[in-house]
Design a protein around this ligand. Sequence first.
Ligand code: ZN
Ligand code: ZN
Length: 460
Amino acid sequence: MKLQFIGGASTVTGSCFYLQTNNMKFLVDCGMHQGNGADEMNRRPLAVPLEEIEFILVTHAHMDHSGLLPRVVRDGFKGRIITTQATRDLLEPMLYDSAAIQESDAAWETKKGMRLGKEPVEPLYTSEDVTSILPRFDLKPYNKVFHLGNGVKCRFIDAGHILGSASLEIWFQDSAKEKKIVFSGDIGKSGSPIIKDPSTASDADYVVMESTYGNRTHRPIEESINELVDAIKTTFKRGGNVYIPSFAVGRAQDLLFIINDLVRTGRLYKIDVYLDSPLAEEVTRVYASHPECFDAEAKELFSARERDYSMRLHFVRTVEESMRLNSLRGGSIIIAGSGMCDGGRIKHHLKHNIWRHDCGVIFVGYQAKHTLGRRIVDGARTVNILGEEVMVKAAIHTINGFSAHADRNELLAWLTAIDKSPKVFIVHGEDASADALKELIKARLGLDAHRPKDDEVVEL
Ligand SMILES: [Zn+2]
Ligand SMILES: [Zn+2]
């Protein structure tokens, strides 16, 4: 078997792996590149014979693992897309949302380019492309081995990262002997609010594992919840609103769950929570329709008796409804995307409220360099939002314990549980975290660990 690291080897986005046995070709993940130079990389033809690929196994619905599926289908991939039911249900609204962004970006670039006599810009893919991939899905339950032909077998196990997320165990037979490779996908954190804790593979000859937080440890979630309560209470005491920039998938649902539980248990009074993101609303409904993925605590909370939210939850759909939130003076929580404030409705809320000293902004996720979120977190006195300089007078809180990724110790524990001393390929991490994890794996577990480069091919 040959394994080629097509994308996501030396960065955290664009995950894609190409596997070839003597008589079978398939991909694991088909992710979109994000960040600097991403558009050009997403448009580059995938360096694999798409017509000959039999299937694509998808670990989870985050766009950096699945966002290029419509493009590869349009470019000639004819096979099945194999994943879990929950991942497929999340992918439908997420890919349509992604296509809408592609279409509006292309329209804007075209308009800009026309003034310079340039050719129109085609969207990376369209909503029609998304529609055309929906019949391709082949859904598999967790924990069942299924045969893919030519001696290849696979099993999805719960990765505990977002709803439907999986690690993959793949058996293959090239020579007489059967071997096994495990793809970690993105590994979740134990004790996260809604979904189950990550499970581990029993054994493996090879492991391809993520290293997002290979050099960091997270604080316990209880501490983060206490910080959240403090930040909300002090803001409400000053008479303002709380604004929380959040990703639509995973983080937003965890927050709703946590805030609801805080109200239910009396740590917060009955409050109005506005989820100002149509995508986050759809994703929240998909979450609610998959109780089989919940841990015991979440199952109880989502059960028929408890289904009514203890907080007053409002889904905000139209732009007009979103604008009306500007008239709320205090006592409400507004959750809106994007998570790093570089797009989405949160920008409007910040423009109208970040200059108010009585308001609070709570950051619950990673803020990448060069984003509006990062400038605010770094303490900027004024920021430019939608073309206007605005003073930062609101209280700014940063709470880091809500990550959906395993930290260094949890990554090591996940790997330690796998028998047979596998060879480890470390992917999906910035240099510092991937290198740190590699050294830890060698020193603590005595395993052979390697950091492949993008496009590198290894023989298994
Ligand atoms: Zn992910
Ligand atoms: Zn990822």
